[in-house]
Design a protein around this ligand. Structure first.
Ligand code: FES
Length: 282
């Protein structure tokens, strides 16, 4: 859609976007909390999981408002949705703060729509608690409409702009299906990463003695160059730290140890035959 393309390209949003980005990053400092909110422990972003509660509560309230005698239940659901929208928003803002500019532009309007929707629901709750039933219903239906705009933009972020997806996964299918020589074992430095291109796909190789492990080199988070990243730890716990936003992946199995990446780095099957390092598709 033309309107969404124009939003993705709306550079006028960048000054405010940059300021909010700095504020979000300064506000959520502890790494454990960041990993928790990014969904590093879950295997995919936490934000879309958390929004299920307020969305479900608001949708259910909209249905109950159509049924006579269900006013109290609808009010309770709106209270639940309003209370749980905050934590979901914090997780979303944190993910947003590590996105590319075009995604942040869309994300900013997505967040503004959702903030407006929650404001309308909070006003609805107050009206309902004051016994202003008709006003409460009108405000909550207005909130639902605005939340629909927010959800639409969230869908665009996830499905059209691939925000929050594993950016390295598509590389796997571009690798050869059969074992293919990447390089000689002797050419790899010990306990350091090296990058070799196979079928034009950059592959990150890590040699530890006679053992070699291989990962897709473009970071699962936003395609940062893991080949330029620092190696920390040793043995099975050796990890590579992405130079762009600090996502940390175990070199032995691609497991994500720290975010903002929420998914593992794709592993490339790798073996050593007659002094040659060979790789192929899984
Ligand atoms: S690109 Fe963001 S952590 Fe690697």
């Amino acid at each position: 859609m033309k309107l969404l393309t124009r939003l993705e390209e709306a550079r006028a949003l960048d000054p405010v976007s940059d300021k909010i980005q700095s504020a979000v990053q300064a506000a959520v400092k502890p790494r454990t909390l960041r990993d928790l909110l990014h969904g590093t422990w879950l295997g995919h972003p936490l934000h879309p999981v958390m929004v299920q509660v307020p969305v479900g509560a608001f949708m259910s309230a909209a249905v109950l408002d159509l049924i006579p005698g269900r006013r109290k239940s609808a009010t309770a659901l709106i209270a639940l949705g309003t209370a749980t929208a905050g934590p979901a928003a914090v997780a979303g803002w944190l993910d947003w703060s590590q996105m590319t500019k075009d995604r942040r532009r869309v994300g900013l309007v997505h967040a503004a729509a959702n903030l407006t929707a929650v404001g309308l629901y909070a006003s609805s709750l107050i009206a309902r608690l004051r016994g202003q039933s008709a006003r409460g219903k009108a405000l909550s239906y207005a909130g639902l409409s605005v939340a629909g705009v927010g959800a639409y933009l969230g869908g665009h972020l996830a499905y059209a702009q691939s925000a929050g997806t594993n950016q390295a996964a598509p590389e796997i299918v571009r690798l050869p299906e059969d074992w293919t020589v990447a390089c000689s074992l002797a050419s790899l430095p010990d306990r350091k990463t090296a990058v070799r291109k196979v079928a034009d796909v950059p592959v990150l190789l890590y040699r530890d003695g006679d053992r070699v492990s291989a990962l897709i080199e473009r970071c699962a988070h936003e395609t940062g160059p893991l080949g330029d990243g620092e190696v920390v730890g040793t043995g099975r716990d050796a990890c590579v730290v992405c130079p762009w936003h600090g996502s940390t992946f175990r070199l032995s199995d691609g497991g994500v140890v720290h975010g903002p990446a929420a998914s593992n780095q794709p592993v490339v099957p790798c073996r050593v035959r007659e002094g040659q390092v060979e790789i192929r598709q899984p």
